[in-house]
Design a protein around this ligand. Structure first.
Ligand code: FAD
Ligand code: NDP
Length: 486
């Protein structure tokens, strides 16, 4: 095999983290190349450059969530005086998907252009290690070439995982890798799983008019504040989403008319039901299996996640790893991007800043959105002890919800967790409209160590939902969270 090219940096994976690092390194003068190759899903879905976020994650998810929100606002539109709005008008899946997919294709094209403009050599090829400095690249026709690099970055992300006990499951279900590219409405859908992906996808499918059931093995949103998780579940249930709790599928079979018969056991009783589609959202596995990492000595845990030090170094000195494929990192786009940029600065600009994962804000785009920063109540109690923290809480109703009386007045919720000794806010939780927009601003203050008294001295913007956070005074366990009107 001829070695064709030598690079300062070779990036494997053109997703959020890989692209960010490659572009920053090239800007700093390094000779950079990047390989991105999408292995089709078991059902054959594939997509372009940009990784999970752009093609099968954040971007299509948020656009479809927005489509659902628009539908849910039809009642409000009518009550606010819009004349031709019909509350029972149907949603056109094909039109939504066409527009979402076209937007994604524009983004794919934009990423290719950015790499070209910044002199990053792009290989649409599958990469694997030959040794710690040599990469084998294979294109979709099986053509092979080899490149060498001083430094190699692994940013291969993850792919959906499947429950192991069900025969032939990969051919009977879809995952988030397929959903956003489906050419036909999935119809009556069973979602298996109860975390980010399951609740967000189940939420928007129901919002555009589909019958949705969500099968929950244990709890909703493991790792998140459970009071907030329960409120999210209650709201979704009130909207008409059915939760099948404490169950996992026992069997999934295709019927003669190509629907899916799902069997499960609940309280010792066998249940079965026919669905048009089963969406599996039971977590993700790191996409490291075929990289030959064992051969070059890159250490992984038993799930295939790469073990890295705080400076993103793997167990091999010139090989780094960032993003979803690394053990212990949050699986979020902005953390992967920032981590990639900081790594490039350390490698090619004498930088020394390490990525900080403390107080990273996140939002779950469920029908009622949930934004949070820092500790859940459970984790704060575990870490500091119940007597060392004070929890403030407030139920509120957005002003805009007063047009349509059917909006539940009890749904929106704010919660702040405060350390008693220095009054620092260590947990921020907001359940209500536009949670992402609301939470992002507060993330700056919380990262800087803001205290409850500084929140209290901040003047709110009236009338907004966000002002609720600077007005929370009721102490959990002492005061009712329900407050008076403004
Ligand atoms: P990825 O973006 O997954 O990129 C890895 C790339 O490497 C892929 O293109 C892959 O095809 C390629 N690759 C893999 N192996 C090879 C190889 N051997 N050779 C060449 N290329 C290879 N995060 C948020 O912050 N907000 C959200 O709202 C959000 N929504 C999400 C919704 C869903 C449904 C999902 C699944 C995820 C969501 N995420 C969200 C998470 C976010 O998408 C990921 O955290 C982020 O994309 C991780 O970036 P990455 O660079 O680590 O990997
Ligand atoms: P998670 O790993 O967060 O959750 C997996 C879910 O599937 C849990 O509810 C788990 O239940 C359940 N589960 C696991 N195995 C089985 C099984 N065999 N049978 C039934 N249920 C099972 O995965 P997600 O795919 O939801 O999300 C992956 C990551 O993607 C997240 O951590 C997040 O960082 C990122 N993401 C971010 C988003 C955002 O920022 N808005 C949106 C979507 C994803 P149990 O609790 O019982 O283990």
């Amino acid at each position: 095999m001829d070695i064709e090219q030598e690079y300062d940096l070779f990036v494997i994976g053109g997703g959020s983290g890989g692209l960010a690092c490659a572009k920053q390194a090239a800007k700093l003068g390094a000779k950079v190349a990047l390989a991105d190759f999408v292995k089709p899903s078991p059902l054959g879905t594939k997509w372009g450059l940009g990784g999970t976020c752009v093609n099968v994650g954040c971007i299509p998810k948020k656009l479809m969530h927005f489509a659902a929100t628009l539908g849910e606002l039809r009642h409000d539109q009518v009550e606010a005086g819009w004349i031709d709005t019909q509350v029972d008008s149907k949603h056109n899946w094909e039109k939504m998907v066409e527009n979402v997919n076209n937007h994604i294709r524009k983004l794919n094209f934009g990423y290719k252009n950015q790499l070209l403009r910044q002199d990053v050599k792009y290989y649409n090829k599958l990469a694997e290690f030959i040794d710690a400095n040599t990469i084998k690249l294979t294109d979709n026709k099986g053509q092979i070439e080899t490149v060498r690099a001083k430094t190699i970055l692994i940013a291969v992300g993850g792919r959906p995982s499947y429950p192991e006990n069900i025969p032939n499951i990969q051919n009977l279900v879809i995952t988030s890798d397929d959903l956003f590219w489906l050419q036909e409405n999935p119809g009556k859908t069973l979602v298996i799983g109860a975390s980010y992906v399951a609740l967000e996808c189940g939420g928007f499918l129901h919002g555009i008019g589909n019958e949705v059931a969500i099968m929950v093995r244990s709890i909703l949103l493991r790792g998140f504040d459970q009071e907030m998780a329960e409120k999210i579940g209650q709201y979704m249930e009130e909207k008409g989403i059915r939760f099948i709790k404490g169950s996992v599928p026992d069997m999934i079979e295709a019927t003669e008319d190509n629907k899916r018969k799902v069997t499960w056991i609940i309280n010792g009783q066998k249940q079965e039901e026919i669905f048009d589609t089963v969406l599996v959202a039971t977590g993700r596995v790191s996409d490291t299996q075929k990289l030959n990492l064992d051969k070059v000595g890159v250490k992984m845990n038993k799930n295939g996640k790469i073990l890295c030090s705080a400076d993103d170094k793997t167990s091999v000195a010139n090989i780094f790893a960032i993003g979803d494929c690394v053990e212990g990192r949050p699986e979020l786009t902005p953390t992967a991007i920032k981590c990639g940029q900081l790594l490039a600065n350390r490698l090619y600009n004498n930088g020394n800043e390490l990525m900080s994962y403390e107080f990273v804000a996140t939002t779950v785009f469920t029908p009622l959105e949930y934004g949070c920063i820092g500790y859940s109540e459970e984790d704060a109690i575990k870490k500091f002890g119940e007597e060392k923290i004070t929890v403030y809480h407030s139920i509120f109703k957005p002003l805009e919800w007063n047009y349509f009386e059917m909006h539940s007045g009890e749904s929106c919720f704010a919660k702040l967790i405060v350390l008693n000794d220095n009054r620092r806010i260590i947990g921020f939780h907001y359940l209500g409209p536009h949670a992402g927009e609301v939470t992002q601003g507060y993330a700056v203050a919380i990262k800087m160590g803001v205290t409850k008294e500084q929140f209290d001295s901040t003047v709110g913007i009236h009338p907004t939902c966000s002002e609720e956070l600077v007005q929370v005074t009721a102490v959990k366990g002492i005061d009712d969270a329900q407050k008076e009107g403004c």
